[in-house]
Design a protein around this ligand. Structure first.
Ligand SMILES: Cc1cc2nc3c(=O)[nH]c(=O)nc-3n(C[C@H](O)[C@H](O)[C@H](O)COP(=O)(O)OP(=O)(O)OC[C@H]3O[C@@H](n4cnc5c(N)ncnc54)[C@H](O)[C@@H]3O)c2cc1C
Length: 294
């Protein structure tokens, strides 16, 4: 089973400590890579860039930098990515991004990439990058319908995207249907499910609204009455994520991208249980082979 973890740049000293504590804990699972989100705006942009480079120089784990089109010229994006390449970082997650204002509509920068597909095309021209793009099991809110959404994803792949990482979702059927639809639309690259272990029901309910993911009613019920009990919420969140990954594994999914929110506990618990089981199975298999040879 392959796993990867997403982190975001810390805002202050305290969150910086939490980020590195989480990184150190999760690093033990030997992820295929970790990724660093990208925030638009000068300061945010530098923080993302610095964190990508810091991970590269402080760890043996591969790092992927996210890049978004918002507020950036093509040149600025190209320069950041070429600098990463110089530092041995060739993995990029290419995204359109969102505007900051609430309900604001995305508009491309006059000298920028118009969207993620355009960025993939541009980056592939200038360097040997491995590029992942975003996929939406429940459709991106700006797409008029599912077909338009899948056509857009197909376009990103046709421009050279090597893999798709999905928005988070909570019902495995949503992902499995999306995977089937990708096959129908001839999107022939790996589709990696994005897994969000829920640390707080209120938070997930709020930020799900704008990002093309629904929080189903059964989740609401599982968290009902736990508002004042964050510790129990964490147990519930870890169980839900473990169940989801297990169900997907039975459907042949073998790679997972975890949205850690810079907190290790839940993702750690999920990976610990899943990978421990893997190890046991492997040991059993080795023992059986040995017995057969004796
Ligand atoms: C795995 C993953 C990682 C992410 N990481 C980040 C991150 O680091 N930073 C961040 O800010 N956000 C991040 N996001 C959120 C992402 O930026 C938003 O979901 C954004 O709204 C769409 O980005 P996209 O790359 O999917 O866009 P695209 O695939 O380019 O387009 C998505 C939708 O927007 C429409 N669209 C495309 N171009 C235009 C245009 N020119 N004008 C109007 N509509 C257009 C398309 O028709 C489509 O419906 C991430 C999402 C995922 C799933």
């Amino acid at each position: 089973m392959n796993i990867s973890f997403e982190f975001f740049p810390a805002k202050d000293k305290q969150s910086e400590n939490s980020l590195w504590e989480s990184f150190k804990k999760l690093e033990k699972f030997k992820p295929k890579f970790v990724s660093v989100t990208f925030g638009a705006g000068g300061g945010e942009r530098d923080k993302s860039d610095n964190l990508v480079k810091k991970i590269k120089s402080n760890s043996n784990i591969e790092v992927a930098g996210h890049l978004t089109c918002v507020g950036m010229t093509k040149n600025e994006i190209n320069n950041i990515s070429l600098e990463w390449l110089k530092n041995g970082i060739n993995k990029i997650i290419a995204l359109r991004g969102d505007v900051r204002e609430k309900n604001g509509k995305y508009k491309p920068h006059p000298e920028g990439y118009i969207n993620a597909a355009d960025m993939v095309k541009g980056l592939k021209k200038i360097g040997n990058f491995k590029i992942a793009v975003a996929g939406y099991p429940e459709k991106h809110p700006d797409s008029k319908n599912e077909k338009e959404d899948l056509d857009n994803l197909k376009h990103k792949v046709d421009q050279g995207a090597d893999r798709v990482i999905t928005q988070f979702f909570f019902d495995e059927e949503k992902f499995l249907r999306f995977r089937d639809q990708c096959i129908k639309f001839k999107i022939n690259v790996p589709i990696i499910p994005g897994i969000l272990p829920i640390t707080s029901y209120e938070k997930v309910k709020n930020f799900s609204k704008n990002c093309g993911a629904t929080v189903p009613n059964w989740i609401k019920k599982e968290f009902d009455g736990l508002d004042q009990d964050p510790a129990v919420q964490q147990f519930v969140g870890a169980s839900i994520a473990t169940d989801l990954v297990k169900k997907l594994k039975t459907e042949g999914v073998n790679e997972f991208h975890f949205y850690t929110l810079n907190k290790y506990e839940l993702t750690y618990a999920v990976c610990k249980r899943l990978l421990a089981k893997n190890n046991i199975k492997l040991t059993e298999k080795i023992n059986k082979n040995r017995e057969a040879q004796i």
